[in-house]
Ligand binder design. Structure first.
Ligand SMILES: NC(=O)c1ccc[n+]([C@@H]2O[C@H](COP(=O)([O-])OP(=O)(O)OC[C@H]3O[C@@H](n4cnc5c(N)ncnc54)[C@H](OP(=O)(O)O)[C@@H]3O)[C@@H](O)[C@H]2O)c1
Length: 319
């Protein structure tokens, strides 16, 4: 198998030569051409390690047998209409990525629960702000999506004592978590959620799901006074204008956003300086080339040995 590295250079860990170095160490002696850098015979390529590859590129590889997406979300890849239909796509599911996501979700839930933004603002004013403090079991955290990431975060949140619920497409059972599923399950799920965490994939069904109508369905009788939304999935899940309007109208108390429709977030976006927005630059979980190249190389070697691929994307579902 000849593995093509088709990685859009985009700062941070997304440097194609750095990935090449990791893959070379894991797959010694192999040809590992880098798209847009090395000259290669398209017919020789049987596998691709891809992150936001140039649209159209994968369609030019007649003998492609497997696509390894170097992240958990495959929305960018599936957006290419020329993507070969018959080739399996494997996404990233590693303990490293999952734990980083859990850290971020728990960090941001705790920050809202313990009133971090309010206390930091009080410190900046030199204000000794003594306020009531409530227990974790007074706070209802609702996870939208109950996949690899949300399940791991849920276990930690349950351990901390939060009331945890979750919503998914198909019914799920999780220890200590009240679960809801599908269109019928959404309203009761929202009605008992103070802090909403979106850990959904971006698909045609989930695009724009975090909108005014959904925010209006969140619980309004919680300790925080108004519900909070945390989006760690993809920017296309939330409608930015609705987030801003609902913050200003008090329908939302705060928003924590790691992902945006346009990234990097344009300098003109009012989100940057909104007093009730916490934003991070799509770094809830950095993609670690060591962990991910190990995961991909392991699957590639198993595939060559005739074993089935794991964590294969279901094209019909879109994730
Ligand atoms: N910000 C970051 O740095 C970062 C890092 C990694 C991942 N992510 C994002 O996180 C997303 C989730 O990752 P994951 O590994 O947890 O994915 P996953 O294991 O595929 O889980 C996805 C979950 O979403 C649910 N879901 C999908 N479509 C739905 C719909 N229409 N209605 C209700 N529920 C729906 C699924 O329901 P079922 O259980 O019924 O299948 C599943 O529970 C990724 O797709 C990616 O976009 C972001």
């Amino acid at each position: 198998v000849t593995l093509l590295l088709a990685i859009q250079p985009s700062g941070g860990n997304w440097s194609p030569p750095a990935w090449h170095e990791r893959f070379s160490a894991r797959l010694p002696g192999r040809a590992l051409p880098i798209a847009d850098v090395d000259v290669f015979d398209p017919a020789a390529i049987t596998a691709v390690a891809a992150w936001k590859p140039p649209p159209g590129l994968l369609a030019t590889l007649p003998n492609l047998r497997v696509i390894f997406n170097l992240g958990a979300g495959v929305d960018a890849l599936l957006a290419d209409p020329t993507l070969p239909q018959h080739v399996p796509i494997v996404r990233v599911v590693t303990a490293d990525l999952t734990r980083r996501m859990t850290e971020y979700i728990v960090w941001q839930v705790l920050d809202q629960h313990r009133r971090g933004p309010m206390l930091r603002a009080a410190q900046a004013r030199g204000d000794w702000l003594a306020k009531d403090q409530w227990a974790a079991h007074d706070m209802r955290v609702g996870l939208m999506g109950l996949g690899e990431i949300a399940q791991d975060a849920a276990a930690v949140l349950v351990r901390l004592g939060f009331q945890v619920s979750g919503w998914s497409r198909t019914p799920r059972r999780l220890d200590g978590v009240t679960t809801y599923a599908g269109a019928d399950g959404l309203a009761p799920f929202l009605a008992t959620t103070d802090i909403l965490v979106a850990a959904l994939p971006l698909t045609p069904q989930t695009r724009g799901v975090l909108n005014r109508r959904l925010f209006e369905g969140l619980a309004r009788d919680g300790k925080l006074g108004a519900p909070v939304v945390i989006n760690v999935g993809r920017g296309g899940l939330h409608v930015e204008a609705d987030v801003l309007a609902c913050l200003d109208e008090g329908i939302l108390g705060a928003a924590v956003l790691d992902v945006f429709e346009v990234e990097p977030l344009p300098a003109a976006s009012p989100l940057w300086r909104h007093p009730r927005v916490t934003l991070t630059p799509h770094n809830a979980a950095d993609s670690d080339p060591d962990a991910i190249s190990g995961y991909v190389a392991g699957q590639l070697l198993a595939f060559e040995a005739g074993q089935p691929l794991v964590n294969v994307v279901d094209r019909r579902r879109g994730y």
